[in-house]
Design a protein around this ligand. Structure first.
Ligand code: CA
Length: 512
């Protein structure tokens, strides 16, 4: 009897060992995932054409490493973000649409609306989630299970390098580690760099700016002649080394501060753009883009040298359209042509961004996909890529996995799916498509509902990619049909709206 008991104990022990070993093997065979997110990069800021023809911008910008990635992966010509940083980044990290997570404008200070919202003459803005995302219940923040925390639970070593901008100052998520990153390189609450230059200690002091923009954690580069995009890449490679030595698959969120303002000089690339005849600002901007592209190349080289490339998925994306309304050389609102407008706008120039996915063995190389998708789709897709099959989250996920689009590139697969944007906020500058709005895209049509005047723009994007012909007056049936779809979604997610100061009335739903 005693011997039998002992035998059972031994068997149970062996069983538990084999389970552990099995799961460790499973974890080690998972693919590495690199999510390369660029800040404020426009759809045309690249030598890779994302339209059906090359444009002069494709000849202006030099992004040889994006070309290299596109040759090995799939381009998406209609990938969407939101018009500004925070709503995109929170959708990416939670899988929720902005109307649902309510981090609808950009975050920085705890519990505080931005001055351009508090000082608005005509609208009173709702108490949106100014504190960003939070891993614990917190006033004015969306409480959610963030993507890196989900991947960490699935056995991933999770690396954050660059711009975080997940939570306001003095809230838990100002530190990326609070939402599931094992390593944080240079991320904090702010959504822009004080300076790109090591010589400026990556601080805003050179321009008399606030210390909230001072980039944390890169002290060893202070005073050196190094550009921020380069420093972030060196640190990111070293973090990937740590993952490899731990024998764990890694998720690396390479979240560049580039190409956000301040548009400073990256001397490595600046002169050639001046020589091309660009004005100084545009030459600096193009150099900022090429420095970001070099980082992509360095990471591709690293993965190849370490023999990790065949087991690493790379997703390239931007968080909103290219800045165009101010701060750039040349004519405002033309920097994303043929698209209208830029960052801050619901026109295509503000939301359509360059996207490429390389997934060895799954995605056919050198392909282009015209199906549309939106930023919250990255959450379920990346979890699927990581082999996380069934999971529960605190939050309701709006995103749909686009893994089927990666495996099977058939046109028209998304034509029946509505995409939604909601921005009951104020960004500041005036320009085409800029201002508080709700919008829906369904098939080739896009309806925009502006909160201030409660009026519409309706565009057929297939025939009119530049959104020059507003069809709202000539096609009231389409306006009504799309307004119904949009209203139904906004009601479902209990979307917030501004109040008209003149009447004290809340802005009506698109279909009232
Ligand atoms: Ca941005």
């Amino acid at each position: 009897m005693k011997n039998l008991f002992f035998l059972i104990l031994v068997l149970l022990f062996l069983e538990s060992c084999s389970e552990e070993n099995q799961s460790e093997t499973e974890i080690q065979s998972k693919p590495n995932i690199v999510l390369f997110l660029v800040d404020d990069m426009g759809w045309q800021d690249t030598s890779v054409p994302f339209w059906n023809k090359r444009t002069p911008f494709n000849d202006r910008y030099h992004t040889p490493n994006m070309e290299r990635l596109a040759a090995k992966g799939m381009k998406f010509t209609q990938a969407y973000a939101t018009p500004v940083c925070s709503p995109t980044r929170i959708s990416l990290m939670t899988g929720m649409n902005a109307a649902r997570h309510r981090v609808t404008n950009w975050t920085l200070h705890k519990d505080a609306l931005q001055p351009m919202e508090t000082n608005h003459k005509e609208l009173t803005f709702p108490r949106w989630n100014v504190n960003g995302v939070s891993p614990v219940p917190l006033d004015l923040a969306v409480h959610a299970d963030a993507l890196p925390a989900m991947l960490q639970k699935a056995g991933y070593f999770t690396i954050h390098s660059g711009k975080a901008h997940f939570g306001a100052i003095d809230t838990p998520a100002e530190d990326p580690k609070a939402i599931g990153f094992d390593i944080n390189i240079a991320g904090h609450a702010a959504g822009g760099p004080g300076s790109y230059l090591g010589k400026n200690n990556f601080s805003a002091q050179w321009r008399g700016g606030s210390e909230v923009w001072d980039i944390p954690g890169l002290e060893k580069y202070h005073g050196q002649d190094i550009f921020l995009s380069e420093a972030l890449t060196i640190e990111a490679k070293s973090a990937m080394d740590s993952a490899v030595s731990k024998k764990k698959p890694f998720f690396m969120y390479m979240s560049h501060y580039a190409v956000h303002t301040p548009i400073e000089t990256d001397k490595r690339f600046f002169q050639k753009y001046l020589d091309m005849g660009l004005d100084e600002t545009e030459a600096k901007y193009a150099a900022l883009v090429e420095g970001m592209d070099k980082s992509l190349g360095d990471i591709l080289d690293y993965l190849e040298e370490r023999k990790l490339a065949d087991n690493t998925i790379i997703l390239f994306m931007s968080d909103n359209g290219g800045l165009s309304v101010h701060g750039r050389g040349g004519e405002p609102n033309t920097h994303n042509k043929p698209l209208s407008s830029g960052k801050g706008s619901i026109h295509e120039g503000g939301i359509r961004t360059p996207m490429i996915v390389k997934w060895p063995g799954v995605v056919a190389p050198n392909t282009s996909n015209d199906n549309y998708l939106i930023i919250e789709d990255f959450y379920p897709t990346i979890l699927e890529m990581a082999g996380v099959e069934s999971y529960n989250t605190i939050q309701t996920i709006d995103g749909k996995s686009f893994s089927a689009l990666l495996a099977n590139n058939t046109p028209g697969q998304t034509q029946d799916r509505p995409l939604f944007w909601h921005y009951p906020n104020e960004w500041g500058p005036k320009g085409p498509g800029i201002g508080a709005f709700s919008a829906v895209r369904l098939g080739d049509w896009k309806l925009i509902y502006y909160h201030l005047n409660e009026d519409y723009e309706l565009f057929n994007l297939k025939n009119d990619i530049g959104e020059l012909n507003n069809k709202a007056h000539s096609n009231p049936e389409k306006v009504k049909a799309l307004a119904e779809v949009l209203t139904s979604f906004l009601k479902e997610v209990d979307a917030q709206f501004p109040i008209h100061k003149s009447s004290g009335e809340k802005v009506s739903f698109p279909l009232n």
